[in-house]
Design a protein around this ligand. Structure first.
Ligand SMILES: O=C[C@H](O)COP(=O)(O)O
Length: 248
């Protein structure tokens, strides 16, 4: 399936009953069915989601993965092989909330990326600057440092999600000019470091909603969106998927 990729990151939200309602509504939404879409429930609900999504065009994503790629005494960890086993196609790595709350640094993220591709998953590697870094003008250097982690992944299918931290959950979406500037910068950085920018899709994330999605997807430099809050509202998420389909 071609077109802009839309991934719904449920973050730490959901219950069995609510998930059933949401997933059945997503499957009944023609725009969602026609789009290139994935949802990322919490680990606890991947099995339920996989069973409900079986046979649908909605792919499954996980929100994180262990850096350990062999089963063993790693209490609390979930391996890439387990995620693939339950039907995940994608896995988010390095989301800003994990960098912030769990101090996930470059070495750990590099190991997680390797573990994900070893398990046959498509990593969705998240990068983004804080408001302080944006205002200080150091944001492009910050992103370049974050992208350097991808060095070991040349040749693998990978997705990058540019998510300015100051736009996440704030309703303060980056401007079209800011998004285009950063997406073009990321592509150029990937081309220089890995010669792979052509094969790496670059998504935008940060307060993507039904009313701003079409303008964002109209940018050639944007290959899709990583959607947080709006992914829990089938009407909003469906309209984002509709916008994605319109701007193939
Ligand atoms: O993973 C999704 C991003 O953190 C964006 O979240 P948001 O759409 O709630 O701003």
């Amino acid at each position: 399936m071609t077109g802009k990729l839309v991934i719904g990151n449920w973050k730490m939200n959901g219950r069995l009953a609510a998930n059933l309602v949401l997933i059945e509504a997503l499957q009944a939404d023609a725009a969602v069915q026609a789009a290139r879409v994935a949802v990322a429930p919490p680990f606890a609900y991947l099995g339920q989601a996989a069973a409900l999504l079986a046979g649908s065009n909605i792919a499954l994503a996980a929100q994180d993965v262990s850096a350990f790629d062999k089963d063993g005494a790693y209490t609390g960890e979930v391996s890439g092989a387990m995620l693939a086993d339950v039907g995940c196609r994608y896995v988010l790595i390095g989301h800003s909330e994990r960098r912030q709350y769990f101090a996930e640094g470059h070495d750990l993220l590099a190991r997680k990326l390797q573990a994900a591709v070893a398990a046959g998953l498509i990593p969705v590697y998240c990068v983004g600057e804080t408001l302080a870094e944006r205002e200080a003008g150091t944001y492009k250097a910050v992103i370049a440092g974050q992208l350097a982690v991808l060095g070991a992944l040349a040749g693998y299918d990978c997705v990058v999600a540019y998510e300015p931290v100051w736009a996440i959950g704030t309703g303060r979406v980056a401007s079209i000019e800011q998004i285009d500037d950063m997406h073009q910068y990321i592509r150029e950085a990937l081309l220089q470091c890995h010669g792979a920018s052509g094969s790496i899709r670059v998504l935008y994330g940060g307060s993507v909603k039904a009313d701003n999605a079409e303008a964002i997807f109209a940018l050639q430099s944007v290959d899709g969106a990583l959607v947080g809050g709006a992914s829990l509202d089938v009407d909003n998420f469906g309209r984002i998927c509709q916008a994605a389909k319109k701007t193939v």
